[in-house]
Design a protein around this ligand. Sequence first.
Ligand code: ADP
Ligand code: MG
Length: 699
Amino acid sequence: MNKNIPELYGSLVFSDKVMKNKLPKDVYKALRKTIENGTHLELEVANSVAVAMKEWAVENGATHFTHWFQPMTGITAEKHDSFITPVGDSEVAMDFSGKELVKGEPDASSFPSGGLRATFEARGYTAWDPTSPAFIKDRTLCIPTAFCSYSGEALDKKTPLLRSMEALSNSAVRLLHLIGNTEVTRVSTTVGPEQEYFLVDKDLYLKRKDLIFCGRTLLGAPAPKGQEMEDHYFGVLKPRVSAYMHDLDEELWKVGIPAKTKHNEVAPAQHELAPVFDTANVAVDHNQLTMEIMKNVADKHNLVCLLHEKPFEGINGSGKHNNWSMITNTGINLLNPGKTPAENIQFLIFLMAVIKAVDDYADLMRVSVASAGNDHRLGANEAPPAIVSIFLGEELNAVLDSVENDSFFGTSARVPMETGATVLPHFFKDNTDRNRTSPFAFTGNKFEFRMLGSSLSVSGPNVILNTAVAEALDAFYNELKDTSADEMEHAVHELLKRAIRKHRKIIFDGNGYTDEWIAEAQKRGLYNLKSTPDALPQFIAKKNLDLFRKHHIFSEKEVFSRYDILLENYSKTICIEGKTMAEMVMKDVMPSAMAYMQKLTQEASSKKALIPDLSIETETALLKKLTELYSEMSRQVKVLKDAVAEADAESDALKQAQLFHDSVLTAMDELRVYADAAEAMIPDDCLSYPTYDKLLFSV
Ligand code: ADP
Ligand code: MG
């Protein structure tokens, strides 16, 4: 094992350093220009890059290349081509052209397109994204690409993200120039996703159909011990877990993913990994790759990495915290409270823009994290509620109060400024992150969006954040654009005051897990979109279609296609779950119960035969209870199967999703009660699948 980490780090990445080394100077310069400013790349440049890339890849053991893309399945896709070109008699050359680098044509007919591309027009194309570095995985050169239809519609998760980053940059730069910061020419969004996951033993995993088909347990009585002792969070890593994490870190480092923090999470068998943040596009690619590598490395350790949002009932599920901020090309984090009054105006206006964005588009934020898996978390009492609100912390709230009331913030020792806020104190940053129940929290110099499910691509939520913030910045720009330079500070102050009054309703610093908050949120008129079928129709609400169109994120057609895919995905997921559960109950739980009942009967009758006046009360009681549960299961399995069949037959996508939610999930819940009660009575040697105690405590 290579233990020289700086040498190991990024060794499989076609990094800036490699490019600088390998590319002719003018080609390198042209490529940098494309990466930094999004300018068009000439084919000659692409050809030259392709040659260097291939050389480097072959030197590092690669034999194939692939355009690596992110279709709407939510996972990545690849189609490998080897570099070989036959030349003459049984000889080959290793070839790779600029054309092959820039554009690919995967047969894309089987990727979900929500009706955008009928299967007979199978071809979509992939286009190189030079802003995310190419890397080698499994001896294959992977080239990050966007995936579009021939008519130019986005069929993937990357295209809208790049569009939204562009929109935010344009709006931010325009506003910065207006308020006097004219040096900035580009603003990037930065993202650091913290990833939660579970590890289970692979041998046990393979004995459970629910884990294999659904990624989560559909049955399972609680283990005698859950997470009540709170002894797992930040606990000492067990040797097998530790070995896994070391291996994982190295694999991630090789492909240039800056894995930084790792620890045990609250639930038994649950862990977390956080990288150092990067620009949104790279962070999204890296998170996709991280999830894949987590699974592969687990396999090597005879483990399975579960990324489902709720693998086990009764203990915490897994989420993903999307840390988000904006940084200028001059190196300033726009959500970092500044040291000077001018910096503070800038900070306050960008902070306010985020607050406005989240308030105006709270419904879209909820839509962006909606999935069948995540519905089990949101609103349950370990995860942020389905209601979107913002946590700012005491100090920042005091700052906003002082702006709103024209009073000076802080002690007289601080320099007052026109906006009413003094220079913000520096201890600020460490003082904020106290509230763990908030779905969207300010954490010192960034916001942390905590509603994401653990398996979700982080692309969607960032598309919404970037776009909504771009819109808010535009609104502020329009309010300020006719103001002269000497009036600006006053005008900004007045604007902030108006915005605070208007958007205060989204700010909530209390405990988001309480019923009082749900009632309060309703009074404030906030959305409470509890389930995916409740949330998704907001995706196609007029105000949201307008937003997407205005900022060139999605055409109406693209939104509708995504809406269809999301609904379909939801229904398919629950359909598979319903069928899997019915099968497990029929083929695992009921036969196990029957086997145990037979054993009990035999034991009771041999007891009786041996000593006629011995009591068989216990056996009889068990038999009675199990017989009852057996017939309840047999009845409820039929209810479940009928519900699945009815929902499956529904042709309207929204109605179908609602049916899966209302009748199938309900039928599953009821069946689970009987099955889990039976499971709890059946001894392990009569049960055909491993129980929660083994799954959660055996690694
Ligand atoms: P916590 O667990 O307290 O929320 P961590 O340190 O585990 O905090 O994770 C914070 C994440 O936020 C890391 O991925 C970090 O790189 C990221 N982060 C820090 N600064 C920024 C920023 N300006 N923009 C985006 N992400 C950031
Ligand atoms: Mg966090």
